[in-house]
Ligand binder design. Structure first.
Ligand code: SF4
Ligand code: SF4
Length: 109
């Protein structure tokens, strides 16, 4: 049975994992071609960056948080492009292994 967790007091999976950073991967969530974010020029300019191969990804801020994440990790957060978030974001389930790993990495119990 999965633990019920509140994403609005977390935000851990909206940050680039340590494992990625250690390997020098600065591009985290890929923005799939069907994502509405790509078809809103204002949002695309602000929140999307292309990797050296031209594949769009969510833009990370200098702290390696998604640039669309607002608030303080582990306290109160929200996704400022929730309706436009890419498929990868929609696939993470609260309470899943990936979720729990992200929380642990960020020190969120
Ligand atoms: S790590 Fe889990 S609880 Fe935290 S925001 Fe992501 S899915 Fe929600
Ligand atoms: S787009 Fe929203 S849900 Fe996806 S990583 Fe960024 S803040 Fe999190």
């Amino acid at each position: 049975m999965r633990t019920r967790l509140d994403c609005t007091t977390c935000g851990a999976c909206c940050t680039n994992p340590e494992e990625n950073r250690a390997e020098g991967f600065l591009y985290y969530v890929e923005v799939d071609r069907s994502c509405s974010l790509l078809y809103r020029p204002d949002l695309r300019k602000r929140y999307v960056v292309e990797d050296p191969e031209g594949i769009p990804h969510l833009r990370m801020d200098p702290a390696q948080r998604c640039s669309a994440l607002v608030g303080k990790l582990g306290k109160r957060v929200r996704c400022s492009i929730y309706e436009h978030r890419p498929r990868g974001c929609r696939l993470v389930e609260a309470g899943s292994l990936r979720c729990l790993q992200a929380r642990q990495e960020r020190g969120i119990s």
